[in-house]
Design a protein around this ligand. Structure first.
Ligand SMILES: Nc1ncnc2c1ncn2[C@@H]1O[C@H](COP(=O)(O)OP(=O)(O)OP(=O)(O)O)[C@@H](O)[C@H]1O
Length: 490
């Protein structure tokens, strides 16, 4: 499996063919990457907070120990990528980010891998997603929306000029730098056209030509009708994004994907009264059901879009030097490098809110218990990236949750790494010697195995033969209980 993945994913280092400046699409089996494939390991980094979770990745803030440089480390589990058939997405993103060079596009700095994971070190956008700015502010002012939209238009013009279609433009994929400028991220769904000015691997231009990719609320009607991908798809998504900035929600928002699609097909869009005439007109022209009539998709290229009255006053040559809108900051306390106890223990991620730490209810802070469950499984699954514990697992067994705990004994306390797997099993490892200790006998019967929580940091795992007491410095006692009970009820 491992070898299979390597052959699917690795490219030989050879002299460059094509690149950002080349004249037309180049298909090749070997690519010399600009962002190098390094021999680093995850231990070369101090890992910080979870920046985001994608469908096949976790992105964490990471500081390189020797240089102090900070990156957004995109971590992808090889097994998961292979299982979910995402290899072509990962390859596409790696190859494209390597060749694209624009201030409005996230930069790939280098990559590395270990037995279990692939790592892409990306330029870190500390300002988070545009989506969060919209949520925190409720909606954006027209000045703010105009600024962000202009930066997206500028980057999209470059992307399209390179002959590629992004296909997943939405506020979640528009990231913000610390000084508030936009960078487009997530190039996994990209479709290169036949005239792409980039080097791609064989067949990747033919793949997914009419495939349904993207996010329901931003998909244009022609894609729902199985038309091949075109630049105009991104302009429709841009229209939806501008609408969302100004109103707080996407224009076709509805209770289910099916209802969203019905509304898209019917172009059922209602403009709030407070939209200016310019905003209304711009969005109206981007949401034209005829793709070739969308602003920016006609024979005059981006000129009619950039000259639209909504963008009046925008200096397109000087965009990145203009002061950006003020960022609305996250309310919760952010956990960062300073409280890391081991270089690759991401166990604290997501435990950052004061509420969760102080109140003995794992659901606190979540709208529903299912939201809490999904949050917990997201937390749990990042633990599974911890390749250090893989040697204690059986083939195909995955970690659900793991923490370094203090095992409280009558005379001495000992540090143990408690590992809950999806088998399910409860393993205990001596983290300093990396040796397996006696595991706790699993049972689905709560009379035979149950967890008693005394406080957010202390809990007992009880079996008929033994009671083991633990202290969790990350205060995840309730999460441990929920995770174990969740597996018992499966
Ligand atoms: N360079 C970065 N700086 C800061 N945060 C980032 C960066 N890259 C990604 N993120 C965060 O991580 C999230 C997931 O990243 P990304 O979209 O690349 O993953 P993915 O698996 O490709 O996602 P998707 O499910 O959309 O395909 C983003 O939405 C964003 O919040």
């Amino acid at each position: 499996m491992e070898r299979d993945f390597e052959t699917k994913l690795q490219f030989q280092q050879q002299p460059a063919v094509g690149g950002a400046g080349s004249k037309a699409v180049q298909r090749t089996n070997s690519i010399a990457f600009r962002a190098p494939q390094e021999q680093f390991t995850v231990n070369d980094f101090e890992l910080g907070k979870l920046l985001g979770t994608g469908s096949y990745s976790k992105v964490v803030k990471a500081k390189k120990n020797d240089t102090g440089n900070v990156y957004a480390l995109k971590i992808m589990d090889k097994k998961f990528i292979a299982k979910e058939n995402k290899v072509s997405y990962v390859k596409m993103e790696r190859i494209l980010l390597d060749q694209l060079e624009h201030p409005g596009i996230i930069k790939l700095c280098f990559t590395f891998q270990d037995t279990y994971s692939l790592y892409m070190a990306l330029e870190c956008c500390e300002g988070g997603e545009l989506f969060d700015q919209i949520t925190r502010k409720g909606r954006l002012t027209e000045d703010e929306a105009c600024f962000y939209a202009a930066e997206v238009v500028d980057a999209l013009e470059y992307i399209h000029s390179m002959g590629i279609i992004h296909r997943d433009i939405k506020p979640e994929n528009l990231l913000l730098t610390t000084d508030g400028h936009i960078k487009i991220a997530d190039f996994g769904s990209v479709k290169p056209t036949r005239h792409a000015q980039i080097t791609i691997l064989p067949n990747s231009a033919n793949e997914k030509a009419c495939t349904f990719v993207g996010t329901a609320a931003y998909i244009p009607p022609e894609v729902l009708n199985s038309a091949p991908a075109a630049f105009a798809n991104d302009l429709w998504a841009l229209g939806c994004t501008i609408y969302q900035m100004l109103s707080g929600s996407s224009p076709f928002k509805d209770a289910s994907e099916w209802l969203i699609f019905q509304r898209i097909i019917a172009r059922d869009v209602k403009f709030p009264e407070y939209f200016s005439d310019e905003a209304r007109d711009l969005i109206d022209k981007l949401l034209d059901t005829e793709p070739s009539k969308r602003l920016g998709a006609g024979p005059d290229g981006y000129a009619p879009l950039k000259n639209h009255p909504f963008f009046k006053g925008i200096n397109w040559q000087n965009l990145r030097k203009l002061p950006a809108p003020r960022l609305a900051l996250e309310k919760k306390i952010s956990v960062d490098f300073d409280i890391q106890d081991t270089p690759w223990n991401t166990a604290h991620i997501g435990d950052a809110t004061a509420d969760q730490q102080n109140i003995p209810d794992a659901n606190v802070g979540f709208a529903s218990s299912s939201e809490a469950q999904s949050h917990m499984s997201r937390l749990a699954s990042i633990d599974s990236f911890d390749s250090r514990w893989q040697e204690f697992l059986k083939p195909d067994e995955a970690i659900v949750m793991t923490s370094k705990l203090k095992k409280i004994r009558r005379l001495t306390n000992k540090k143990v790494q408690l590992i809950l797997t999806d088998s399910p099993r409860l393993l205990s490892v001596d983290p300093s010697r990396m040796t397996a200790k006696t595991s706790i006998v699993w049972s689905n019967d709560p009379n035979e195995l149950n967890v008693q929580v005394a406080s957010s940091s202390s809990f007992k795992i009880c079996t008929p033969r033994k009671v083991s007491s633990f202290e969790d410095p990350k205060q995840r006692a309730w999460q441990w209980k929920k995770a174990i009970e969740g597996l018992q009820q499966r």
